[in-house]
Design a protein around this ligand. Structure first.
Ligand code: NAD
Length: 330
């Protein structure tokens, strides 16, 4: 069975589905004929945006509300086959200032989803968007899924807590789960309102507005940037594959670029903007993870997936999108 056949008529719930990853996933699923429901509260701190689903608005069900509201969540989970649980407090920087909110959104809501599924004996698969941040400093190792975790921010601690809940509910109650540790995602439909997360989008905006982009340190730290279309394909192939159940899976491009190279590529493609190097601010340096290179062989061998977009191609596509749509994202 092809992936599109697998998802045809499947009932899919996407929490945080008006945001970057969720809305791109919704577009693909709708094209496969899936029955997509989104729950999102459009919290202005994050990337939720009604414009993200404008072209598919009549083909998805939208519940505008908070995922912390269990009275909303129970009927939605009762009516789905797979939940992609993406709603979150997404900024690791903010997590240090709003610790309990981060705990609620990055850990407690995962437990709520799992508890509802367990209590009501729902046949629902849970796909979770964790982060490379659970690893902490890579100390120049190539990071596979067995590298010990040492999270450096509350965001990462709470994402790791969610991973533990998911693994436990899988082992003890047989709930099918998949945990993706996503590296540095970028692409179309990503918020550009602030620079608290998703720097690629923010820098594209700055370059488009001919601003100066500041790089901390020498800009030589390695990051694995992955274009959103590659991410969505990996989500869909994995969730359709029973061998992925119970697995933690790295989701990156498998290729790391220097931070400065990413910025310079943006400035070159956009054709405006400047670059300035400054020292690391003290509060960032402690939680800066250093070089990050990720091993994606597990994802490849489970699904046959491999990335299709280079950083340059992805930035070009993203820029083309914002050339026509910038006003909806700033
Ligand atoms: N963007 C990244 O750099 C990155 C990297 C790794 C993992 N992730 C994870 O991927 C997931 C999706 O992130 P994204 O990049 O699409 O971010 P995003 O900000 O674009 O999307 C998050 C969505 O969650 C919604 N949301 C937040 N709180 C909510 C609540 N209480 N109730 C209902 N909806 C709520 C927001 O309105 C938004 O639409 C998150 O779990 C994030 O932690 C993101």
């Amino acid at each position: 069975m092809s992936v599109s056949e697998y998802y045809h008529e499947k009932r899919i719930l996407i929490t945080g589905g008006l945001g970057f990853l969720g809305s791109n996933l919704a577009h693909k699923l709708v094209s496969f004929g899936a029955k997509v429901t989104i729950i999102d509260n459009l919290d202005p701190l994050y990337g939720g945006n009604l414009y993200n689903i404008e072209q598919i608005r009549t083909r998805v069900k939208l519940a505008l509300g908070d995922i912390q509201d269990e009275s909303l969540l129970v009927p939605l989970l009762s009516d789905c086959d797979i939940v992609f649980h993406f709603a979150a407090q997404v900024s690791y920087i903010d997590s240090q200032n709003i610790p309990f909110r981060d705990l609620d959104l990055n850990a407690r809501t995962t437990m709520s989803v799992l508890e509802i599924i367990r209590k009501h004996k729902l046949p629902v698969k849970v796909v979770f968007s964790s982060s490379r941040m659970v690893i902490g400093k890579s100390n120049d190792r190539i990071v596979d899924e067995t590298v010990p975790t040492n999270p450096l921010s509350l965001y990462a601690i709470h994402k790791l807590t969610s991973e533990k809940y998911l693994q436990m509910y899988h082992a003890d109650f047989g709930i099918p789960v998949i945990i993706f540790r996503i590296t540095n995602p970028y692409g179309i439909r990503q918020q550009m309102k602030h620079n608290k997360y998703s720097l690629v989008g923010w820098f594209i905006r700055m370059a488009m507005e001919n601003e100066t982009i500041t790089i901390f340190g020498d800009g030589r730290q390695l990051r694995d940037y992955i274009y959103v279309e590659d991410i969505i394909e990996a989500f869909l192939l994995s969730a359709a594959n029973p061998d992925s159940n119970g697995q933690i899976i790295n989701l990156g491009s498998g290729y790391s670029s220097e931070f400065g190279e990413m910025v310079n590529t943006i400035v070159e493609i956009v054709g405006s903007g400047q670059v300035k190097y400054v020292d690391w601010p003290a509060n960032y340096e402690r939680i800066e993870t250093g070089n990050f290179q990720v091993d994606i062989s597990k994802l490849k061998s489970l699904t046959g997936w491999s990335p299709s977009f280079t950083l340059e191609q992805g930035i070009r596509l993203t820029y083309e999108y914002y050339k026509s749509n910038l006003s909806y994202y700033i």
